[in-house]
Every structure is written in C-alpha cells, then in structure tokens.
Design a protein around this ligand. Structure first.
Ligand SMILES: [Ca+2]
Length: 364
C-alpha cells in the first residue's frame, strides 16, 4: 500500500470499528473481582533493550496487575514488528494466553519525512519484521483490531480499566473517536509521553522540545489529552531521574530465568559496548507507577500538545493555569520526580522472580 493511501485507511478503519462495536457489544469481557488492577497495555513494542519490553516484563511479573490484552502501534518500529515481538515475549514469559491485538500502522496525520528517516524510530517502516530472539512465536495475533478491543473492554467494564499507553497515542485517539462514551468510561490512562518545560529536565528528545511518542503522532496526543479521561502523564522529566547502569544490570541478571536470559543476550550488549554509560528508563517508570503510585511525585497541570506544522510540532506544554491558546487543555497529574532507589529495587526484584503462573484465557 502506498503511504498516501494510509490516511484514508485510518478513516475507513474508524468506520469499521464503529460497525464492529455494534456487532460485539453483547460479548462480555469480564474482570474478576480480585483486587488486581485490570490494564490494557498499548505499546510500540520492540524486544530488549527497548523500554517497552522491560515495562511489559514488569507488568507480567507484578501480581497487582491483570493484563487484559496488549495492543500494538507503530512507533519505535513498524506495528508488524511490535506485534511479532510482543507475541514472542509473551511466549518466553510463559504467558501465551494474553491476547495481542494489532493497531495503527501509521500516525493519524503525521507523514514520513526526511527528518523522521534520519532520526531514531522506524514507525514508517515497510520492512517485514525480523525474527525475534528464538524465532517467531507460535501464537497468533487476534483477528479483532486493537481499537475495537480497547473500546469493547472499556465499555464492558465501565470505570474499571486502566490503560497504560507507552507508545504514540494513535490507537487511543482512535478509540476516543470511535465511541462517544469511551472516554468517560476509562478508569485511568497512564501515558509515557511529552516533556514539560515548566518543570526541571523538560527538554525534548526528538526535536529540541518534543518528546518522541508525542512527536510521532501529535494530533493523536492532542485528541487524547483533551478527551477528559483521567490522565497521569509520565514525561521525560521523570524519565531523567533514572540511570540504568551496568551495576544495576548485572544485579538484575544475576539470577537465571527466561527473562534475565533474554536481557543478557540483548540489553547485555549495550553494557559490553559502553560499560560506563547509563540509560534512561521511560516506559518502565510509567508501568511501575501503576503498580506503586508512591514511587513518583506528581503535580497537577494543564497540558496540551501543539499540532502546528512548524518548529514546535508535537511539543507538549504544561501550565498551572490555562493560558491563551490552551483553552482546550485539561488538568492531569504530571510525574516529575522519582524514588529512584525504590523504583530500581522493585524493578530488579520483579524481573528476577520466577515466572508468574500462566494466565487463563480471558473471557471474550
Ligand atoms: Ca514505547
């Protein structure tokens, strides 16, 4: 498919989702009454050393969470690779029953540019996904599109489902647009995205002021942030309070499990090449904050995203009051500080645990 046609496909997909919702509205997706937090993970997943992979590992190893499904989106790489790699991680983690739903293969509006090609991230890629470590998973992606699943799960479990969005927000914006009651029925949306200049360490990481996830799909980020969903934002400010060093890595992989073996063969190469360098942790912090909200400190700010096609495209702006031009901005909790020791201790301990028991196939 040529890329010019893809914008049209997104619109057609939205129509399809509306139809699919009508057809599936009667299908129950029940949440057990146990105290576990039901979550959907929306991710531009890539195998380690990506932050998404380690965030999903943390979720899989955290009994406080119940993963209803993983939905994939183009971001770090193509959506096909996100899906293929996510399926394989679930197999390695002995959780093949957790369903994976494929989502958007392109941002809503943002198109490929020479700048995008030169920079980190291959959301525009048409390359077939490379085999993940150990080969492609035996389990298959679900037939239902990601947006249809997200909306169905939330409508079937009103005010119960937390969405942890750790990639570009294309699927989430499409879900908001697909059903008028969706936004009001989401319990909470935790987003890794944005950078807030008002707070310390608020520079961007793809352009001077824009963070990668928001920059890949600024229009989706704006729709999502303005939706009225209760949001907690985990921006670059809090990511920059982290520093994954070789010493922490070695502690993490000191106990042999299928997950630490995968980390040794992937993340380990980073530290072999650059033993002195430390790495920020992004999606892992967003996920950890769902498990234990006490690990992060937040401020309540109005946050909006710029969608003008100029030097500030995709830039998030946060303020304590509404400012001219930000009349659509909503208030949200913005993470800006981290209990680093508490976080990394928990992360290492969870990764080292014996694999969780396989999840039963969720009701559909
Ligand atoms: Ca991500």
């Amino acid at each position: 498919m040529n890329r010019a046609a893809r914008g049209e496909v997104v619109n057609k997909q939205l129509l399809f989702f509306r139809c699919a919702l009508v057809l599936t509205a009667g299908a129950a997706l029940s949440v057990p009454t146990a105290a576990r937090i039901p979550i959907i993970i929306d991710t531009d997943f890539v195998m380690p050393p990506s932050d998404d992979s380690m965030a999903v590992m943390l979720a899989l190893q955290s009994p406080e969470l119940e993963i209803l499904g993983i939905t994939t989106v183009a971001g770090n790489d193509s959506v096909e690779r996100a899906t293929s790699d996510a399926l394989r991680l679930l197999e390695i983690a002995n959780q093949p029953a957790i369903p994976v739903y494929q989502g958007a293969d392109m941002p809503l509006v943002h198109t490929k540019s020479d700048f995008a090609v030169r920079q980190y991230g291959k959301w525009y890629s048409d390359d077939p996904p490379p085999p993940p470590p150990g080969g492609f998973a035996r389990s298959l992606v679900e037939n239902e599109p990601a947006v249809s699943f997200i909306v169905r799960a939330v409508l079937a479990n009103p005010h119960q489902v937390t969405i942890v969005a750790i990639g570009p927000l294309t699927n989430i914006a499409a879900a908001i647009r697909a059903h008028p009651k969706f936004a009001a029925l989401v319990k909470r949306l935790v987003i890794m995205g944005g950078a807030i200049a008002l707070l310390p360490d608020g520079a961007g990481n793809i352009t001077p002021n824009a963070e990668f996830n928001f920059w890949v799909d600024p229009e989706a980020a704006q729709v999502t942030l303005r939706s009225g969903i209760r949001i907690e934002l985990s921006p670059l400010n809090v990511s920059r309070k982290s520093a994954l060093t070789k010493a922490w890595y070695e502690k993490m992989v000191a106990i042999e499990t299928p997950l630490t073996a995968l980390l040794k063969s992937t993340l380990g190469r980073r530290f072999e090449k650059n033993p002195e360098r430390s790495w920020y942790m992004y999606d892992q912090i967003a996920m950890a904050s769902v498990v234990d909200s006490g690990l992060v400190t937040t401020q309540r700010l109005y946050v909006d995203v710029n969608i003008d096609h100029g030097i500030s495209y995709g830039v998030s702006v946060g303020g304590r009051q509404i400012w001219p031009g930000a009349e659509g901005a909503q208030q949200m909790d913005v993470q800006y500080d981290l209990d680093w020791e508490g976080f990394i201790d928990m992360f290492v301990e969870r990764i080292q645990r014996p694999l969780s028991a396989p999840t039963l196939v969720p009701a559909h």
